[in-house]
Design a protein around this ligand. Structure first.
Ligand SMILES: *Cc1c(COP(=O)(O)O)cnc(C)c1O
Length: 358
């Protein structure tokens, strides 16, 4: 076993995914499993497909490519609007993509036609979060310009994000506005646009309450399935498990030290000025994991009585003075943490962290 490690309990992820799939199916919604939380790991993609999701979605074409090369049978959705420089990859790898620039869609259409493939596009709509997407007032013109594509791209529907850039929460009202924007675009284009896709995890709450407009028929989700939490609404999702993923790190030093540093203090390595309370002598353990691997503000120790004190690039210092059975904390012992979303992302992209599915 090598540390630090990100451990993924496949069974628990599958249970969470299946619970989400069941809820959504009840409401006529198909689920796209978002794989970017674990850097597009094909093992995660396989779990999503086993749970009955319709496909896998990611924000990096490299990740989708990896899933395809690993032989996972899944429809693949490219969720981040395309860089004009990557259209050929998107045409070759993804079945569907989210787009918000008319010029990019036209270029993608030309690339797809020349490759002889048909690619589905969902038009991103901005209903208020101020990240990507057409603004309501532009839609008629944009849809007009997209009427004469060459058949490489099929415009299949609309999509939106909530709580990504500005924290705007989904409501039945802004979801209904998305439906209206779809009707507007399909009216101008004189085509059916059957797909209305929403994301991410924060949409679950509206779906659970039965308040999503019946036209909403796709959900893109990551955080809820992997972590059982909904950051936007600041809640643990009661019917999902919180402990499918854990971060494990190994102790490399443990000893008693004062709780206040000795000497004049300036800024620490990351330009911050820590403050210290004098709690007397404390037992501090150093773990071999650091800010290169994990976002230390976004992890919680799984064992009782442990607090996180400080971290540098490669060291994380915890206080174990009040932990029951503290004698176990010695070099070689392993300490576990539950990640929140940013910590999971950091761990999964750090090449120093072993990713283990069990
Ligand atoms: C990351 C992402 C999601 C998934 O969001 P979660 O809140 O993690 O479920 C959905 N849609 C898009 C476009 C994303 O980038």
């Amino acid at each position: 076993m090598r540390y630090p490690a990100l451990k993924i309990n496949s069974e628990t992820v599958l249970e969470n995914a299946s619970a989400v799939e069941t809820l959504c199916r009840l409401h006529g919604i198909e689920v796209w499993g978002v794989t970017k939380g674990l850097s597009g790991d094909p093992r995660l993609a396989a779990i999503y497909m086993k749970a009955g999701f319709v496909g896998c979605a990611d924000s990096r074409i490299d990740n989708l490519s990896g899933i395809k090369e690993a032989g996972v049978r899944a429809r693949l959705q490219m969720m981040r609007i395309a860089m004009p420089s990557e259209l050929e990859d998107i045409a070759r790898v993804a079945d569907v993509s989210l787009q918000s620039e008319v010029s990019t869609i036209k270029a993608l259409d030309a690339v797809c036609s020349s490759l002889g493939v048909t690619h589905d596009v969902l038009l991103m709509m901005d209903v208020g979060d101020l990240r990507e997407g057409f603004w309501e007032t532009e839609i008629a013109d944009a849809a007009g310009e997209l009427r004469d594509l060459s058949g490489g791209v099929r415009i299949r529907g609309v999509a939106t994000n909530f709580a990504c850039a500005s924290g705007v929460l989904p409501t039945p009202e802004n979801m209904a506005r998305l439906v209206k924007l779809r009707d507007l675009a399909s009216g101008v284009m004189k085509i059916d646009m059957p797909v209305i896709s929403v994301g991410g995890t924060c949409c679950l709450k509206i779906i659970e309450e039965g308040l999503a407009p019946k036209e909403i028929n796709e959900l893109r989700i990551c955080e809820g399935v992997l972590l059982g939490i909904d950051t936007a609404f600041d809640r643990d999702i009661p019917w999902l498990s919180r402990d499918a993923l854990r971060i494990e790190a190994e102790i490399i030093e443990c000893r008693d030290k004062p709780s206040v540093p000795v000497g004049e203090t300036g800024l620490q390595a990351f330009g911050e000025k820590p403050v210290f309370a004098d709690k007397g002598t404390r037992r501090r353990a150093i773990l071999a994991i650091g800010r290169q691997d994990v976002n230390i503000d976004r992890i919680s120790p799984m064992e009782e009585g442990i607090t996180i004190e400080a971290a540098s690039s490669d060291h994380l210092i915890i206080d174990v003075t009040d932990a029951p059975g503290r004698e176990r904390y010695r070099p070689g012992a392993v300490v576990s943490f539950l990640p929140r979303y940013p910590a999971m992302l950091a761990c999964s992209t750090s090449r120093y962290v072993e990713k283990i599915f069990d």
